[in-house]
Design a protein around this ligand. Structure first.
Ligand SMILES: Nc1ncnc2c1ncn2[C@@H]1O[C@H](COP(=O)(O)OP(=O)(O)O)[C@@H](O)[C@H]1O
Ligand SMILES: [Mg+2]
Length: 385
């Protein structure tokens, strides 16, 4: 069977499965009228649980929340296929010819020289066509940012932007696809007050995402994960790490050392992510670093050591049934109020000024929002998302 024919067959299969799924979904949504004792008809739909918006009941009554329209599986599958067809192949190095117009310098708001650009095709699976380009400098190099994204992809946790190499205006560097519909945890522009965004830290998706990012930062030896480099989707709560180049600088001894920019090993790890790490063979991980990254031998050696330490930590959590969502364990119910309460109450570490250094990114964001975190002082303001 030729490859072309096999592809066509696969595509047709996708369409058929998509159609079937749409049928099933729409039949599920059909509302059958029920006759009540009074003879009036009413729907047999189960009423949805009230969604807490943090607003008072009366305002909720005045402004009914519109129903979220579910997209059919078929439209999602065709969208994905269309996007895959249109976007730049992952790993492809971007050049000037791929740009739509000129790059614009970000100016004073970036500590390194960063440029914003619009591209002709989407840069990632989310459809971002805007990207941020950072040319290599002595302290900021593209190979570390790209390796960080590669590791996230290989471990199938993808907690960061899908960074790739780019060469613009004859300078080699890294291109980070824009995280859409998101705000950072903290925004610190040189001339203005520091803004702390009031993201909902109880959102299970946000807790899970922050824990995943912390785990990834432990493996990659990330040194710069302050709140300005953590973006959270304002609608869904999805977490994405940006600015991934200052990584692969730690040795294994520093894996569990909390600082103001990294919180050590997370005590809360999602069962799915934990099991994925436990399944990953260390030799296979090492081979991937050799084949797919441009890290030097020392960086690779340290990464394998950090990876082994993180895997050991996850195994211990698993043995104690402490993974989040693990059957029969403390957090069997998954992410929610209990995990949030424990995270914000975890004993902190005091630094030399007596300030609290958080043990998780959730706790750190909580301290930032309550104005007790290091480096967030009187000159900051809380902002709704
Ligand atoms: N992927 C991205 N999505 C959204 N904004 C980004 C992204 N990458 C960079 N930026 C914006 O550019 C700024 C500087 O980029 P960053 O990579 O954090 O460089 P620096 O090393 O200067 O901190 C960020 O604070 C943010 O405003
Ligand atoms: Mg940054």
């Amino acid at each position: 069977m030729s490859r072309r024919f096999a592809c066509l067959l696969l595509f047709a299969l996708f369409i058929v499965v998509g159609c079937l799924a749409t049928e099933i979904e729409s039949s599920k949504k059909t509302v059958t009228p029920i006759k009540t004792a009074s003879g009036k008809t009413k729907s047999n739909e189960i009423p949805k649980a009230k969604h807490s918006t943090g607003k008072s009941d009366s305002s909720a009554k005045q402004q009914p929340v519109p129903a979220v329209k579910q997209r059919s599986l078929l439209s999602r599958v065709t969208d994905k296929l269309r996007l895959t067809n249109r976007r730049y192949k992952s790993g492809k190095e971007l050049k000037d010819k791929h740009l739509e117009g000129e790059l614009k310098a970000m100016g004073k708001d970036s500590s390194n020289e960063t440029f914003k650009g619009k591209y002709k095709k989407p840069l990632d699976k989310h459809g971002a066509t805007t990207g941020f380009f950072k040319p290599d400098t002595v302290t900021s190099t593209s190979n570390t940012a790209v390796a960080s994204s590669k590791i996230g992809k290989h471990l199938r946790i993808n907690p960061t932007t899908a960074d790739r190499y780019a060469t613009h205006n004859d300078k080699k560097g890294v291109l980070s696809p824009e995280v859409k519909d998101a705000k950072p945890m903290i925004e610190s522009k040189k001339t203005k007050k520091v803004k702390v965004y009031k993201h909902n830290l109880e959102n299970p998706k946000t807790q899970k995402g922050l824990a995943k990012l912390q785990l990834h930062d432990a493996i990659t030896g990330q040194k710069d994960r302050h709140g300005g480099n953590i973006y959270i989707n304002t609608k869904t709560g999805k977490v994405t790490g940006i600015d991934n180049d200052y990584a692969f600088v730690k040795d294994v001894k520093q894996v569990d050392t909390p600082t103001d920019r990294y919180s050590g090993l997370p005590q809360q790890v999602d069962v799915k992510h934990g099991k994925r790490l436990m399944r990953e063979d260390t030799q296979k991980f090492k081979k991937m670093l050799d084949n797919e990254t441009d890290l030097d031998d020392n960086q690779k050696k340290n990464t394998v050591e950090r990876f082994s330490a993180v895997k050991k930590h996850v195994k211990e959590l698993h043995q104690k049934k402490m993974l989040v969502g693990q059957k029969g364990g403390k957090y069997a119910k998954g992410w929610g109020k209990d995990t949030y309460k424990d995270a914000i109450n975890e004993p902190t570490v005091k630094d030399w000024e007596g300030k609290d250094v958080a043990r998780s990114y959730v706790q750190r964001a909580h301290l930032e929002q309550t104005n007790t975190a290091k480096y967030v002082g009187s000159k900051h303001k809380l902002v709704d998302v």
